[in-house]
Design a protein around this ligand. Sequence first.
Ligand SMILES: [Zn+2]
Ligand SMILES: [Zn+2]
Length: 145
Amino acid sequence: MTTETTREQGQCLCGAVRFQAQIGAREIGACHCSMCRRWSGGVFLAVECEGVSFADEKALGVYSSSEWGERCFCTSCGSTLLWRSKDGAHTAVSVQAFENPSDFRLVSQIFIDEKPDCYSFTQATKNMTGAEFIAMVTSAEQKHD
Ligand SMILES: [Zn+2]
Ligand SMILES: [Zn+2]
């Protein structure tokens, strides 16, 4: 089965950072890890994208959050934009940066064991604990955080 790829625009709240990203499956993975929650101010709702290109990188902030990952944000308005692996293999873009988040479907939740009790999603999703997720990505040679 092949998934049609589309190219879409995304941007931060103030518009200083604009980018284009190639989107395959229009699926959202939610990450409840403590880093994503602090960083995003909520739950990081991520869409795996390829070929992200920024129109202008002047206002683009890059925070190195671990040995293998970094987080991009707008230095002007503070919007959470994307997480990417330093090896360039993976880019997870915030669904909120796109024009129509309703075009995407929530399919998975990771670090479900780090989710605070104060909220829950009602959708039926594939859920993984942090340990399960790390075991999966380590075997597939991908990493997160
Ligand atoms: Zn901004
Ligand atoms: Zn996370």
